[in-house]
Design a protein. Structure first.
Length: 106
C-alpha cells in the first residue's frame, strides 16, 4: 500500500511534535510569529476565514512562509491534540521538508 502525500505530511508534523519543534493553537502561534521563532505556518483548510485572513496578514508582516493543508481534525490529530486551525514549525529543517512535501502534492 502506497503512502499518500497527506500521510507523509501528517507523519512529518507528528515527528516535529515529538521533537518539540512545532507550536499549535492561535495564541501560541501568534506569539511565536511575533518573537520570530516561527519559520513556517500551516493553516487548516477548513479554519474560519477570519482566522486564515489574520494569520496570513501576520505571516506577510513578519515574512514567514505559510500554506493551507489538511483540516482542523487531522492537523490536531497528528499533533496529539483535538482540533487545531493553525500550527507553526519552529525548526528550519522540518519547515524545508514540509515545503518539499507540499510542492510534491500540487
Amino acid at each position: 500500500m502506497a503512502i499518500t502525500n497527506e500521510q507523509r505530511i501528517t507523519n512529518l508534523l507528528s515527528m516535529a511534535q515529538r521533537a518539540n519543534r512545532i507550536v499549535s493553537g492561535a495564541f501560541v502561534v501568534e506569539q511565536a510569529m511575533k518573537k520570530k521563532q516561527a519559520v513556517f505556518v500551516l493553516l487548516a483548510g477548513d479554519a474560519a476565514e477570519e482566522s486564515k485572513k489574520n494569520f496570513k496578514n501576520l505571516a506577510n508582516k513578519y515574512a514567514i512562509p505559510y500554506a493551507e493543508a489538511l483540516d482542523r481534525e487531522s492537523l490536531g490529530a497528528c499533533l496529539g491534540k483535538e482540533f487545531r486551525a493553525v500550527a507553526a514549525l519552529t525548526d528550519e529543517g522540518f519547515a524545508k521538508k514540509l515545503r518539499q512535501l507540499m510542492e510534491e502534492s500540487l
